[in-house]
Design a protein. Sequence first.
Length: 471
Amino acid sequence: MSVFYDRFERHAHGEGLKEQTTHYCPGCGHGLVQKYLAEAIEELGVQDRTIAVSPVGCAVFMYYYLDVGNTQAAHGRAPAVALAHKLANPEAIVVSYQGDGDLAAIGLAEIFAVAQMGAPITVVFVNNAIYGMTGGQMAPTTLPGQVTATSPRGRGRAEGQPLRMAELMAQLDGPIYVERVALYDAKQRTRAKKAIRKALELQVANRGFAFVEVLAECPTHLGMEPEAAEAWVRDTMCAYFPLGVKKELADAEPLPAPPRPDFDAEHLLAVVGATVAEPPRFASGFPAHLDPRDVGIKFAGAGGDGAQTAAMLLTHSAVHEGFDATHIPSYGPESRGGTSFADVRIAAGEVLSPAAARPHVLVAFNAPSVARFAPQVEPGGVVLYDSAAVHELPPLAAGVRAVGVPFSTIAGELGRPRVKNVVALGALVAVTGILPEASLLHTLRETLARKSELVPLNEAAFRRGVEAVAA
């Protein structure tokens, strides 16, 4: 089976003349590099165990072309994702395929860390001296004097000097093979194909980390015809980035076989002190009175108010009840004042988006949180707020019910101001019926298992929140 798909679905659903048309510009080097990569995979017979990792950039749609395992990575994070694949499945042949704006900029720390580890993965680094996909901005490898969208007078001293990535990689102890190749004529293309195959062969033999830098043309952002772009790479780019092998440890022995990853659920849970036993369930069904399928709750307050902990406790309780639930915290400067928040989603089936931009319920611990988020609550929803801290409400959507409970006053009466978030959870259950009281109390006891002396206080805080609503 060819490593290239018979039809590319990228354009026109793979129909007609476009069924084998890539998204690359005419004269772009990416197509050749991927051709050599595909041929090496096929020649080495490793198609069924190859995983290609491509991040943001011109290679983002490589999965339309190569019939191998494919993973998309966040910008710059392809080496970290590749390492995770290799550790989880040591038999996999993992290729991190990256451009210069990706690997040499936001991903610089990742590539250095993984290369120094010496993990047996293959990195193919396409260097066209420009940010290609995003509009032709200056890249870490843009040449001195080169004009780009963000260096209109040419790269000068103020922009710093270009990074020679192959030379930097060669100085590290981890890599065993580093080479820079080009594509500007038939001889260089042959060398490029051999280098890419060699980098894969070293991984197949489990010998170590291999890095191939490919100088590639970008006629679009150079503003040149393809032949002129090839000449520019040959005459200008190669002068700054000399071709050749930068490091080769010919006597590198195969690495010892890594330990097999353990995916046994019971064993892994035992390592962290957990169990496969299902927790007790107290809910008779999903809280469909709030939403038939997916309920959004936002907790918001200042740093120290406990909004994040309250969100975590509610999420764990929902998971214990067998629902799909997510908790997305938001930190930042708000931890020192202002308002921070956490979004919780609880779904009858699967949470499709963890954000709660339009929550059904807002639990607010301070005035800035009410001012910022209360107007966003869905019509017919609930705003539950600390009436000891909030004295004025903004305009609310139709049917939104505002309930004030003095969380901080009640917590102060209990002698522990920090438990106001647990008071809020009790009030939340009483106001909305989102989960049974027993469900939250079980999670509280479970969470405080190693601090059992705090259980009575937190149970009292929870019950006081329930009573405050009933009063």
